[in-house]
Design a protein around this ligand. Sequence first.
Ligand code: DC
Length: 230
Amino acid sequence: MTNAPVICVDGPAGVGKGTLCRALASHFGYALLDSGSLYRLTALKALRSNAVDGSAEQLGALAAQLDVQFKVDAGGTRIVLDGEDVTTAIREEAVGDAASKVSAVPAVREALLQRQRDFAQPPGLVADGRDMGTVVFPQAPAKLFLTADAAERARRRTLQLLEAGENAIFDRIHSDILARDARDASRKVAPLKPADDAVVIDTTSLSIDEVVAQAIAICGENVAKHLIAK
Ligand code: DC
């Protein structure tokens, strides 16, 4: 692992990690790892091969063999799996649901561990996920854990989908979020929880600008200390 500074942003679905991570990556000039996309890619492959409920061995092999490229251009990051642009496909609710299932399989998490660590290159990385601070980058100098009421997260997700022109029913999204939270927090490997040294930010009644400002202040100070100590 390199000594490049890593900023970990963990927390449940729909809490605003993606928006915050993009703002942090742009502020610090760091690369971005959306670790959830790796679980979603594994889930998409599993869905397509009817293997979501397959054996741990089968799912671990799917994760280990992911042929994926993250293509960064002016429009954002495009995700290419086996030569096919799946940027939109992996965002579907069915894929998110399958991702929550396959991500509970230890062999899948193990298969994706090194791939995630390889993203930590100079000048630095912002890592978005559930276990960035606890498992993947335990030595990271800056760790944030975002929380928000499930109802508020469901409201944000509903708006996001409606704005994207998709169908969205608040009650269904709310109950899906509650189910996914329960599954992510109760799984045996890498359950969703803040690292001991993470700063917890409750975003329920904060605007995105307020969250970004707090996060930049905390991470800026911690990364500066890390760089001086190097
Ligand atoms: O953040 P997301 O919705 O794209 O994540 C999809 C699923 O992947 C989610 O149910 C939890 C899982 N996940 C995980 O277990 N560990 C991570 N570091 C990131 C995501």
